[in-house]
Design a binder for this molecule. Structure first.
Ligand code: PLP
Length: 338
């Protein structure tokens, strides 16, 4: 057994026992891959990923159900998205079905690190990058796919509390026709400075506007945005500079099917969000995070008296219930790992 105090888990790196690794040549012939002891890897200082940022990643989680099963949520969606992200960066894609097999093998090899029911989850981090040495700007001659896992605590230890956001105008996350729709590693380095500035002012995260018009809501830090205006659930349409979240996609479906709501994926001018009766953002780690207020140019717009709204709560309960196999999963979104 592993020596972890499950009640003190946060979202910090902790080494685990095993990782999965597979390599490919320039034409993308990945070897069958294997589970190996977790540890450092060796890279040439000329590795393409270090010099030119040719790398993509995914984020997913495994958790335990009440009766002890190990479950994943829509893992093939992550596999397909990693393929699309890879293609955008000229990385030979890793087969999505094999991706799921690799994820399952890594989870099982680190079974002892999966927190007990409701104590958190095993965060899964697949990465794929150009590991070959290169000097001129060109795709790497070699690629490495790795899956590693880290146990993390429950996101809402202190309760399901609405957060404060700030709309920023000095920085953009992604540009039209750029790499915003890919989970490309370079997108995240650029968000560190704006993220830090916003947090230093007491906000949880920054809201990005579109780079072309500086008018439409794009994303919240590293999560997708939703708001309810006049009873309609609104979310930014996938313009190419927005990351197509799997939680986003799932929430849209649940809102339509289970709450009978009208959902509009459209350009949302930031002023329109000020009229929201409630708002939230979505991502794998936190699932759904309620938004209590949005500040723009020093003025704070508060939603639902800073309380969790009914739509936010219902969608959270539905999604988390399905993920833990406590609500009928008519979509077959949940996969048991054996
Ligand atoms: C990963 C990510 C999301 C959320 O995607 P999920 O599939 O729901 O986890 C949203 N925005 C950005 C920028 C991301 O990197």
């Amino acid at each position: 057994m592993v020596d972890i105090n499950w009640d003190e888990l946060g979202f910090d790196f902790i080494p685990t026992d095993k990782m999965f690794i597979s390599k490919a040549d320039a034409s993308g012939n990945y070897d069958e891959g294997k589970v190996v002891p977790f540890g450092n890897i060796e890279l040439s200082p000329a590795a393409c990923v270090l010099n030119y940022g040719q790398g993509v990643f995914e984020g997913m989680k495994a958790q335990r159900t009440k009766d002890g099963k190990i479950v994943l949520f829509r893992p093939l969606e992550n596999g397909k998205r990693m393929k699309e992200s890879a293609e955008r960066l000229a990385i030979p894609p890793y087969d999505p079905e094999k991706f799921v097999e690799a994820v399952k093998a890594t989870v099982l090899a680190n079974k002892d690190y999966i927190p007990p029911y409701k104590k958190g989850s095993l965060y899964i981090r697949p990465i794929l990058f150009g590991s070959g040495a290169i000097l001129g700007v060109a795709p790497s001659p070699e690629y490495t796919f790795i899956v590693f896992v880290v146990p993390v605590g429950p996101y809402y230890k202190e309760g399901f509390n609405p957060i404060k956001l700030e709309i920023i105008k000095n920085y953009h996350r992604a540009a039209p026709k750029g790499t915003g729709a890919a989970k490309a590693i370079g997108n995240y380095a650029g968000s560190l400075v704006p993220g830090k500035l916003t947090k230093s002012k007491g906000f949880a995260q920054e809201v990005y506007l579109d780079a072309k018009n500086e008018k439409y809501i794009e994303e919240v830090g590293t999560a997708n945005f939703f708001c309810v205006v006049d009873g309609v659930l609104l979310t930014p349409r996938l313009t190419g500079s927005i990351l197509p979240g799997i939680t986003r996609k799932s929430v849209i479906q649940l809102a339509k099917d289970k709450l009978g709501m009208t959902v509009e994926e459209k350009d949302i001018p930031y002023e329109e969000t000020f009229k929201s009766s409630e708002a939230f953002c979505t991502g794998t780690a936190a699932v759904i995070t309620p938004i209590g207020s949005i500040t723009f140019e020093e003025k704070e717009y508060i939603f639902n008296d800073f309380k969790v709204g009914p739509v936010t709560q219902k969608l959270y309960d539905l999604l988390v219930g399905i993920q833990r196999m406590e609500i009928d999963d008519s979509y077959n979104w949940v996969e048991v790992v054996k």
